[in-house]
Design a protein around this ligand. Structure first.
Ligand code: THU
Length: 126
């Protein structure tokens, strides 16, 4: 299995774990670190809706809290008929670590490869 397939498998597995009783919208993300590890994340919703955390940020925070800092690539999966792209907050969080991260967005019948800097030009930086 090549790395792209591994990332997709991890993103799909993560989506299956999504806790989304309110929206019913399940998202899975898989983040590749430069050391070759893969960190999966799913969205985790809350009855207090604003506390919900997206799949992409869960994957990023898992990886960073494991000591990783460099991330060349992420795969994002939704079991939908159309593509869904990361929200603005997730774009900013991913951009902190790699503004040129390669993203593969996968849905039921399609896949699109794009660069994070296309989705978030001129990100906030200190
Ligand atoms: N969601 C994600 O997991 N990632 C995104 O980039 C956008 C939205 C989740 C949050 C919530 O659980 C559901 O999708 C509907 O907004």
């Amino acid at each position: 299995m090549d790395i792209k397939d591994k990332l997709l498998a991890a993103a799909r597995e993560s989506a299956a774990n999504a806790y989304a009783p309110y929206s019913g919208f399940k998202v899975g993300a898989a983040l590749l670190s430069s050391s070759g590890n893969i960190y999966g994340g799913c969205n985790v919703e809350n009855a207090s809706y604003g506390l919900t955390v997206c799949a992409e940020r869960i994957a990023a925070f898992k990886a960073v809290s494991a000591g990783e800092r460099e991330f060349p690539e992420m795969c994002i999966y939704t079991d939908t008929d159309t593509p869904f792209y990361p929200c603005g907050a997730c774009r900013q969080v991913l951009s902190e670590f790699n503004p040129e991260m390669k993203l593969t967005v996968v849905w039921k019948n399609g896949k699109e490869e794009l660069n994070l800097n296309l989705l978030l030009p001129k990100q906030f930086k200190l």
